[in-house]
Write a protein that binds this ligand. Structure first.
Ligand code: HEC
Length: 124
């Protein structure tokens, strides 16, 4: 008869031990590669509570501009958006979080897709 690896722990401890191991893994090693699809996930997770992060409709928080409005602002280039998001001192008081550099890159890649065709990127 085989004893499980967690045989000496009560049954509930094994899954939480596994979770701890996973959490530890995610803080070391390479950050995930930035991508627009990762940006979508981050946007839904961290921004969707206030901002309209998709194509249409109003933001949940009426003071928060929609992502489409943000990226359509004059002068809002990917660089400007990235610079804004990288420095949490810029944030309005409501936005009490910090973003990892790869999260900023992913969000910029995702958000910039909501530019309307009337405001093309300056260098495209
Ligand atoms: C708790 C609510 C809340 C959350 C969550 C939130 N925001 Fe905001 N955000 C706001 C509000 C409110 C404003 C507008 C503040 C103002 O105009 O004074 C704002 C403004 C912004 C602006 C500035 C636009 C500009 O040029 O003025 C950007 C960019 C932005 N948010 C991006 C994000 C991103 C990206 C996330 C997710 C990672 C996020 N926000 C999450 C409430 C929120």
């Amino acid at each position: 008869m085989k004893t499980s690896r967690f045989g000496y722990l009560p049954a509930w401890a094994a899954p939480s031990g596994l979770l701890l191991a996973l959490a530890a893994c995610s803080t070391v090693g390479e950050p995930p590669e930035a991508s627009a699809s990762m940006g979508l996930i981050i946007a839904r997770d961290k921004c969707g509570g206030c901002h309209q992060t998709g194509g249409g409709g109003e933001s949940t928080n009426e003071r928060a501009p929609t992502f489409a409005e943000i990226v359509d602002r004059p002068g809002m280039t990917p660089e400007a958006l990235g610079a804004f998001l990288r420095d949490s001192h810029n944030y309005p008081i409501e936005m009490g979080f910090r973003l990892e550099p790869h999260e900023v890159d992913s969000l910029v890649a995702y958000m910039i897709r909501w530019r309307s065709e009337h405001s093309p990127l300056p260098n495209s």
